[in-house]
Design a protein around this ligand. Structure first.
Ligand code: T5A
Ligand code: NA
Length: 231
């Protein structure tokens, strides 16, 4: 098959600098004349995205399971676009993806309560709707402590921007990262193993340089077909 463009995801806690770093990376790729599409989840512009936006701003209430499925549906609405961009040679750079979806929901006490036997059941339920989405070739996790994040202007007004929640989310993210490099339920798939943790508590430029070192080897393109998450 002909080469296709790489799919790169930037993940992290709130205030870790995802939007700052994805836009720096986007500008750098454009300055090198590399065809790039910048995406962001949640995509608040679609009909589903508008429901998510209203929920995040606490203007509406939704059951925790229902909002989880909406976040996933919001990714599925963009999935065909992601795949066709990649196969037509446009690099896709994405600010948050399925890992945020799992981490933020699995951190909620209400969802854990649905599956009282083991915490892993909640995690598996949260992961299920995202199974088979286009898999990133590289996921960069911007790691920051909730204390460092708080120094960045404090958390804002949105629903999840509370310290306790962020601590639990960070734990789930780290667990997801560990799973990427070890078998889950005996299944050891290599396609979605590219998970790299970057210390995001440093200066913007230092973080940006490290990101570029990770991304540069991929810009020549990828020989494999677009993978599918957790398949
Ligand atoms: N969510 C999301 C789910 O529950 N399920 C899902 O499936 C998905 C996709 C909204 C919420 O939705 C949840 C997670 C979130 O709680 P969002 O719209 O992506 O998600 O959140 P935003 O509010 O847009 O972004 P964040 O708060 O996550 O911030 P970023 O993008 O990580 O950080 P950024 O770049 O905006 O920077 C934050 C501040 O720090 C400064 C910046 O200038 C800015 O002021 N800063 C730095 N300061 C010092 N040193 C550095 N290196 C800095 N880098 C940035
Ligand atoms: Na952001």
């Amino acid at each position: 098959m002909p080469r296709r463009a790489p799919f790169i995801v930037i993940e992290g806690l709130d205030r870790s600098g995802k939007t700052t770093q994805t836009s720096l990376l986007h500008s750098h790729l454009e300055s090198l004349k590399i065809s790039t599409k910048l995406l962001k989840f949640p995509d608040r512009t679609t009909a589903i995205g508008k429901m998510i936006d209203s929920y995040l701003r606490s203007q509406s209430e939704l059951d925790d399971h229902a909002i989880h499925l909406l976040f996933s549906a919001n990714r599925w609405e963009l999935a065909p676009t992601i795949t066709s961009l990649l196969t037509s040679g446009t690099l896709v750079l994405c600010d948050r993806y399925a890992f945020s979806g799992i981490a933020f929901s699995a951190a909620k006490p209400s969802l854990r309560a649905t599956f009282p036997s083991t915490e892993n059941d909640a995690l598996l339920w949260c992961r299920a709707p995202d199974i088979s989405l286009p898999a990133p070739d590289l996921t960069i996790f911007l790691d920051i402590t909730p204390d460092q994040a708080k120094l960045r202007g404090g958390y804002g007004e949105e629903r999840y921007e509370k310290e306790e929640m962020q601590k639990r989310v960070r734990e789930v993210f780290h667990r997801l990262g560990e799973e990427m490099s070890s078998p889950v339920d005996g299944v050891n798939d290599s396609k979605d193993k590219r998970w790299v943790v970057v210390d995001a508590g440093r200066e913007r430029e230092v973080v940006a340089r490290e990101l570029w070192q990770l991304v540069e080897p991929l810009i020549e393109g990828v020989d494999e077909e677009v993978g599918r998450l957790w398949e």
